[in-house]
Design a protein around this ligand. Structure first.
Ligand code: GRF
Length: 215
């Protein structure tokens, strides 16, 4: 059996913000033939724009703020893990999720948590100001990375997809961020597609992309 015969992979998405990556992933997943679909969105913030995106796209969404779990991240992440498992989520995508996940959560989805970061990792990882730092550093090329999320160094996981953009004279963080965002909207669905087609093979920290199987 090839992935083409299989049912779509069930994807759970973690969000905290505007939700433009969620929107791009839902749009891709709603197209015929995409090998995955978004079955549940969890936000740690009630005011996340991503919740409206989920509603507009007809995807179930829940809010699980830290306050509801006595500000205990382990308890909250256990609840998120259990919620995803209840929905039979096979692949988790962090699409602008602003918290570090506990090792216990990560262990529940081995090699099955993807994260998008607005820089060409390993440059400018580990923070929320990657675009500002890239500009301040004077780089001429910036971009985004989708990687496997793993315990250890934040943003240090194996790289799956990277896309780059030029840094233009006169760019400010807003303009550059927008250009990077547009590449994320391509990179995230692409990484989900590759994962769902079973085309990612890990060799240590290197991720090989295998040929598409044509049927
Ligand atoms: C993206 O730039 C992503 O790289 C970062 O957070 C941002 C989320 O944007 N981790 P959105 O909520 O998907 O619009």
């Amino acid at each position: 059996m090839t992935w083409r015969d299989a049912r779509p992979v069930r994807v759970g998405v973690l969000v905290s913000g505007r939700g433009s990556n969620l929107d791009a992933l839902c749009a891709a997943a709603q197209a015929p033939g995409f090998p995955a679909r978004v079955v549940l969105v969890i936000s740690n913030r009630r005011d996340a724009g991503a919740l409206q995106v989920a509603s507009r796209r007809g995807v179930p969404a829940e809010v699980m703020p830290l306050g509801r779990y006595d500000h205990d991240a382990r308890a909250r992440d256990r609840a998120m893990r259990d919620r995803f498992l209840l929905s039979e989520v096979e692949l988790v995508v962090c699409a602008g999720y602003n918290r570090v996940l506990t090792d216990e959560f990560l262990a529940a989805f081995p090699d099955a948590i993807l994260n998008v970061h607005p820089s060409l990792l390993p440059a400018f990882g580990g923070g929320m100001r990657a675009v500002e730092e890239a500009l301040a550093h004077g780089v001429k090329v910036a971009g985004c990375t989708v990687q496997f999320l793993e315990p250890g160094i934040p943003d240090g996981g194996p790289i799956i997809v990277q896309r780059c953009v030029p840094v233009l004279e006169g760019d400010d963080a807003e303009r550059l961020r927008q250009r990077i965002h547009e590449q994320e909207w391509i990179a995230v669905p692409e990484a989900v597609r590759l994962w769902s087609e079973g085309r990612l093979r890990r060799e240590g920290r290197v991720v090989r992309i295998t040929e598409e199987v044509r049927s």
